[in-house]
Ligand binder design. Structure first.
Ligand SMILES: [Zn+2]
Length: 185
């Protein structure tokens, strides 16, 4: 039986975090050794939130009141990370993790803390794939053109070593643009 089938059976066909039956998929709880118990079967709402922890919606995660009691290590680790990020100390105090599981959970948090966050000129958090608009004429050095104010830059990428710049295509040329000259579209 493949991983997805195994997880589908384990979960009973519902999101192992929130119980939703919509748009379920396999989620690898990093860092993992690809073992079955290091994966969770979760819905796209939970997945999106886990991948964009700066946008965690506290209301959605009331579901952890139940799912934190899961027998699955991967699910407990996700619960631990989300509860930590939401500063739910009362629930964390109840969530018992074996030492090795706890250190796994904390490794993920550490990666989270070091994650570079990009913000536009208004302080709005940018995500990879976003469309942004340039708010000022910018001379593109070395490319011989000006990126005009109002130009939309689609499908941006976010260099993880540099919170001040995004990368995107203008006039077909891939360039780095200062986030302070951008507004999320
Ligand atoms: Zn869910």
């Amino acid at each position: 039986m493949g991983l997805e089938e195994t997880l589908k059976q384990r979960s009973g066909g519902v999101c192992e975090l929130c119980g939703s039956t919509d748009d379920l998929g396999v989620y690898e709880v990093a860092p993992s050794n690809k073992k079955v118990e290091e994966h969770a079967y979760i819905c796209s709402v939970c997945k999106n939130q886990l991948e964009n922890p700066e946008s965690l919606d506290e209301n959605h995660w009331h579901c952890l009141n139940d799912s934190m009691w899961s027998e699955v290590d991967g699910v407990k680790v996700i619960a631990y990370r989300v509860l930590t990020m939401l500063k739910k100390q009362d629930l964390l105090d109840m969530l018992y993790l074996e030492d090795d599981i706890k250190s796994w959970a904390e490794q993920g948090l550490f990666a989270q803390e070091n994650k570079v966050i990009h913000r536009d000129s208004n302080g709005v958090v940018l995500s990879a794939g976003d469309t942004v608009n340039i708010i000022k004429d910018l001379e593109v050095k070395g490319a011989g053109f000006t990126a005009k104010r109002g130009t939309a830059v689609r499908n941006i990428s976010l260099p993880q070593d540099d919170p001040e710049h995004i990368e995107g295509r203008v006039n077909g040329v891939k360039i780095m643009i200062l986030t302070k000259y951008l507004k999320k579209g």
